[in-house]
Ligand binder design. Sequence first.
Ligand SMILES: Nc1nc2c(ncn2[C@@H]2O[C@H](COP(=O)(O)OP(=O)(O)OP(=O)(O)O)[C@@H](O)[C@H]2O)c(=O)[nH]1
Ligand SMILES: [Mg+2]
Ligand SMILES: [Zn+2]
Length: 402
Amino acid sequence: MSCSDRHYSLAHKMPHKRHLIEKHIIMIQNLQNLKKLGFEKCFQDHVDPARLAEFEIARVIAVHKDRYTVTGGAEEVPAELVGKLLFSAASPLDYPAVGDWVLVNYYDENTFSVIHEIIRRKSLLKRKTPGKKIEFQLIAANIDTAFIVQSLDHNFNLRRLERYLVMVNDSHIRPVVLLSKSDLLTSEEIEGRIDQIHEIMPQLQVLPFSNENGSGLERIKDLLEPGLTCCLLGSSGVGKTTLLNHLIGEDLFRTRTVREKDGKGRHATTSRQLITLEGGAMVVDTPGMRELENFSVETGLDDTFGEITALARKCRFNDCSHTSEQGCAVLAAVTQGTLSEKRYRNYMKMIRETLFNDMSYVEKRHKDKAFARHCKTVMTHKKKQKLFSMDRERRWKDDTGS
Ligand SMILES: Nc1nc2c(ncn2[C@@H]2O[C@H](COP(=O)(O)OP(=O)(O)OP(=O)(O)O)[C@@H](O)[C@H]2O)c(=O)[nH]1
Ligand SMILES: [Mg+2]
Ligand SMILES: [Zn+2]
């Protein structure tokens, strides 16, 4: 007897239970669908079973301002927040983000839904909004793996990588580093950069790849297990959306054509959406984050050297050091005389000091290690000297017979 036959005969014997059994079967089927979307037991543990009689579980797959799209595994349904949730929200953290699991009610043959509750999150990726106020903007919830994408050209920068890593680690998400545009470098150069990363973060998984010639794409696909939720992070223009389009297998999302003149262009990706790949993994694409790119926002450099940081944004390279680069807008202003050399020198001095004060924990630890090594060398040297002097003393005593 198959499982459904047994349910059928049971329902016949106990007609009053029939409704309950049918509901149970629907719930199991729904649970299967939810699992495909990444639903795990830990989420279920946070839902009051009584609420499940009233609501259904769904996942937020898109956010556009105050409108949402949710799905329980079948159709994608537009959703709004219930008034109570709206009015009780004390901070942006209380609103649903892409990837959130929520309790909803469906209406009008599943063409509309209302979100009543956000199920406790496993992880939350958020960014501080620029400015002094401590306010957060949600990026995505319940992410398992964050792919931090850096391109192997001038975008490659260990400091920036650390910033992204700190953010990902703080959110309890597993980081994987993807080095894009491997087509632009020789394999020795690529190995060199991977070594540089492993020197400070030996455990980190680092995969080079190219959207241009497809190398490394298979290794990335291998990581995308069914039910896994991941996100793409990294500077604007490193090729996140191009990678996503490759993973989907078609050019579904708009990518950026780098404008030759200033090498920058606008952020191509602006919306937040959870895309389900054919293999069953889900991906959120994100735009590059200025605040992780540009430390001047956090350090107050903007307040003091506003006109220079404005110029710096026009430099061709995101990580321009304003010392020798081609296309450096700051140097150009000094040459043209619109920026005084003295002010430029003060700015550079301030940057050096800020960079030093702002040294990340990895660098500090690295320094500590170097310091520890130095201490050890000194101690060994001292020990040797002591042994040497003891030996000399002994010999002197032997010689003099004292
Ligand atoms: N040579 C080379 N160019 C690439 C590669 N990947 C992407 N590009 C180019 O880089 C540019 C930017 O790519 P996008 O995918 O739009 O970059 P993004 O990271 O999504 O940028 P934002 O959405 O602004 O954050 C495009 O012109 C791509 O053609 C690569 O592997 N090699
Ligand atoms: Mg993009
Ligand atoms: Zn510059």
